[in-house]
Structures are given as structure tokens and as C-alpha cells.
Write a protein that binds this ligand. Structure first.
Ligand code: NDP
Length: 246
């Protein structure tokens, strides 16, 4: 139990990678607050967290909206009194070739994937600064490192998260707050389920280890960054991708 008595926040903790991270942190002893837009899956995930013997908190929040994020931060602090770990995980795709991409598709993806991480960090880092400790983990993507045809908005948002990670690490190291990013490759979730078999076959050829990742592969690394095992690491991007980025 490496996170006993810690409080963690996981955005998009009701599904996919975020839910796996929330459950892993709970298994390690942390109380976990989650947010998302779907109330039914939020309630289900919160119950699963509590079954692991820790406290949970859940709220419907659109992570791209400043006032909603502020309310969430206030509510989490009221419920738990502190925050030790923030995982910026919520994200979407709205793929299109650049020439066909609408401003709306660009704005939606940048706001939900990148602006959200800025807002969450801005508001949750204040109590971390007071406590002189904190762990921030941003879920980016190999696409933010390599680029990807058809994903100009998504790649830009994920590359932006890498810049945000490195800057947060530099600005808050003196307060004993670390900030690292995890760049998943191809992980089996609802997000990747939408891809056709042909696209999946093509992607498999780019994975040296030869198989798709699971949500637990990301959750294990998130638990490492959330614990003191990673105390001397900050500003780093770890690709968890079967070797896609070598
Ligand atoms: P899913 O589509 O399975 O889950 C997305 C999560 O984000 C859901 O919990 C969803 O909650 C939440 N979310 C979406 N929009 C909002 C919003 N406006 N406000 C609050 N929450 C929101 O995706 P994955 O689990 O696959 O992806 C999780 C993260 O990992 C994303 O950032 C993604 O970019 C990244 N990633 C995933 C990869 C993969 O292969 N799966 C590869 C690389 C990176 P709700 O349903 O309630 O809206």
C-alpha cells in the first residue's frame, strides 16, 4: 500500500485508462476523486473504488470549463481536505485530415485535452504548494511525440501537454511538486475500439513488441509516478507503447 492516506484526483476516472488508474491508486490505499461527463458511469466507478476499502468522490464536470473545474476543486477539498496526486487523463479525439478539419473540431479537442490540464493544474496546485508536496501526472500520447496523419488537433493537444508537463515541473520543483507525463501507445479502450480492423492491423505492424497494450500497463506506471518511488524524477515523458517510439 504505497499510497496509504493519500488523496488522488483522476479526470475521466469513470472509463478506460482513467478508471484503471483510479482503481490502481485506490488499491495502493489512496482515496480517489473522479470526474467525467456521464453520471451513471461516474457512480459505478465510485462504487468500485469504495469496494477497495477507500473513500471516493465523484462529480459531473466538463473539464474544459473553468468555472466547473473550480467548483470541482472546491468540492474535492471539502470532501478530503487535501490533494496529493492529480492525474490529467480526460481526453477525446475528433479526427480529420487537416484540410477538412473544422475550427470546432480543433477547438473541442484542444479545450478538452489540453486546456483542461492547465485548468486542473492551476487550481489543484495551490493546496499542493501549501503542503509542499504533490505529484502531477499528465496522460499525453505517442501521437504528441510523433504526429499522426488525420489527428492534427489531437497531436497538437498532446504535444502541448508535454510542454505543460515540463514547464510545471520547472515552476514547482522548489515546492517538492513533481510533474511527469505518460505517453500511451495503442491501448484497448472505447477510444481505440472505434478504429476499424484494417487500421488496427496497420498499427500492430508499428509495435515492436507485437501486441496491443492494456489499461493496466498505463495504471502501473501512473502508480509509480504517484508514489515516492519516483521522487527524483520530474519533467519526463515515458512512452508506454510496446516500443512504438524508440
Ligand atoms: P476513453 O474514450 O475510454 O475515455 C475518455 C475519458 O475522458 C472518459 O472517462 C470521459 O468521461 C472523459 N472525458 C471526455 N470528455 C470529457 C469532458 N469534456 N469532461 C470530463 N471528462 C471527459 O479514452 P481512453 O481511456 O482510451 O483515454 C484516456 C486518455 O488516454 C486520453 O487522454 C487519451 O487521449 C489518452 N490516450 C489513449 C490511448 C489509447 O490507445 N486508448 C493512446 C494514447 C493516449 P465521460 O465518458 O464521462 O465523458
Amino acid at each position: 500500500m504505497k499510497l496509504k492516506d493519500k488523496v488522488a484526483v483522476v479526470t475521466g476516472g469513470n472509463r478506460g485508462i482513467g478508471k484503471a488508474i483510479a482503481l490502481k491508486l485506490a488499491q495502493e490505499g489512496a482515496s480517489v476523486a473522479i470526474c467525467g461527463t456521464n453520471e451513471a458511469t461516474l457512480k459505478e466507478a465510485a462504487l468500485e473504488i469504495e469496494k477497495l476499502g477507500v473513500k471516493s468522490f465523484q462529480l459531473k464536470v466538463d473539464v474544459s470549463k473553468g468555472p466547473e473545474v473550480e467548483l470541482f476543486v472546491k468540492a474535492v477539498l471539502e470532501a478530503f481536505g487535501k490533494v496529493d496526486i492529480l492525474v490529467n487523463n480526460a481526453g477525446i479525439t475528433k479526427d480529420n485530415l487537416l484540410l477538412r478539419m473544422s475550427e470546432q473540431e480543433w477547438d473541442d479537442v484542444l479545450n478538452i485535452n489540453l486546456k483542461s490540464a492547465f485548468l486542473m493544474t492551476k487550481y489543484f496546485i495551490k493546496p499542493m504548494m501549501k503542503a509542499r508536496q504533490g505529484k502531477i501526472i499528465n496522460i499525453t500520447s505517442v501521437v504528441g511525440v510523433r504526429g499522426n496523419a488525420g489527428q492534427a488537433n489531437y497531436a497538437a493537444s498532446k504535444a502541448g501537454m508535454i510542454g505543460l508537463t515540463k514547464t510545471t515541473a520547472r515552476e514547482f520543483s522548489s515546492r517538492n511538486i513533481t510533474c511527469n507525463a505518460i505517453a500511451p501507445g495503442f491501448i484497448q479502450t472505447d477510444m481505440t475500439h472505434a478504429l476499424g480492423d484494417e487500421a488496427k492491423e496497420a498499427l500492430l505492424k508499428e509495435i515492436p513488441l507485437g501486441f496491443l497494450g492494456e489499461t493496466s500497463d498505463i495504471a502501473n506506471v501512473a502508480a509509480f509516478f504517484a508514489s515516492d518511488d519516483s521522487r527524483y524524477i520530474t519533467g519526463q515523458v515515458v512512452c508506454v507503447d510496446g516500443g512504438m517510439v524508440i
